[in-house]
Design a binder for this molecule. Structure first.
Ligand SMILES: N[C@@H](CCC(=O)N[C@@H](CS)C(=O)NCC(=O)O)C(=O)O
Length: 266
């Protein structure tokens, strides 16, 4: 079981993350939520060699679910022993659904009804940006190689860098400014870290890896996002220790890929 460096004593079920081994991918949004809250979880795909079999079984086209659970379309999924129908394990999937489920339980969802909706909305917007990043290297077909769609990828990435990145970054800069103006401080919503913060942080970090020239050229345009938010989330209790640990996997051939030809040319 993965024990975050700042483990909380409160009792939680033995959460199990089901995600592909070896890459951060969309599993990282879930890991960051656990690590930020200091709650233990088992990373099934990475913690044993056989773990991947459970992810393949989950994703199998003929899977009818297990233990009374509805089938799951794709990883990441979260299994929570004892929380399903009749005391069986509950299996849920979709990054945003998992974050929403964990948000309340891990204290990362916002403090009242309004904050809860804002946290979820901003996390979904960050996940939209994550999906658009994926489409820069796979604009035509998810199941085909990048090299088979490189021409379209060049066009898609140019639009992403020139139009979509500034639009999303400008939006999040406004969100941070609004929260700061209300006296709340450095987070997207309210006065406490939420899963909207950890999710946006992961997308920004991935973009720095995938498009280093573009990000270096643009960071100065968004002083709250890159001058305050990005560095301060990195220093949050739990996150800081996690980023320095072996559990934090390097980017490679996942959502965030560095193809120099797709980046801004110097
Ligand atoms: N919207 C879903 C996307 C899930 C997804 O695309 N998962 C990828 C890995 S990051 C996958 O394995 N997809 C397999 C497939 O779509 O066949 C989420 O956020 O969970």
């Amino acid at each position: 079981m993965t024990e975050p460096s700042t483990k909380k004593s409160r009792s939680h079920p033995p959460y199990e993350l089901l995600y592909w081994p070896g890459i951060p991918g969309r599993g990282e949004f879930i890991r960051l939520a656990f690590e930020a809250s200091g709650v233990s979880y088992t990373d099934i795909g990475n913690e044993s060699k056989e773990g991947i079999q459970q992810i393949l079984a989950l994703k199998a086209d003929d899977s009818l679910g297990a233990d009374g659970n509805s089938p799951a379309f794709a990883p990441p999924a979260l299994r929570i022993p004892g929380e399903g129908k009749g005391g069986k394990p509950l299996l849920i999937y979709q990054t945003s659904c998992i974050l929403s489920y964990l948000g309340d339980r891990l204290g990362l969802a916002g403090e009242d009804e309004a904050e809860k909706h804002w946290v979820l909305s901003h996390a979904l917007t960050a996940l939209d940006l994550n999906n658009e990043t994926h489409d820069t290297h796979h604009p035509i077909a998810t199941m085909k190689y990048y090299e088979e769609q490189k021409e379209e990828a060049l066009k898609k990435a140019a639009d992403f860098r020139e139009a979509r990145i500034p639009k999303f970054f400008g939006f999040f800069e406004r969100v941070l400014k609004a929260n700061k103006d209300q006296g709340q401080g450095k987070y997207l919503v309210g006065a406490k870290l939420s899963f909207a913060d950890t999710t946006l942080w992961q997308v920004l970090d991935g973009l720095k890896f995938a498009f280093p020239n573009e990000l270096a050229a643009r960071e100065g345009e968004f002083p709250l996002l890159f001058g305050t938010f990005y560095p301060s989330v990195k220093e949050e209790k739990g996150i800081k220790e996690y980023l320095a640990s072996k559990r934090r996997l390097p980017y490679s051939q996942g959502i965030f890929r560095h193809y120099p030809e797709l980046d801004r040319q110097k």
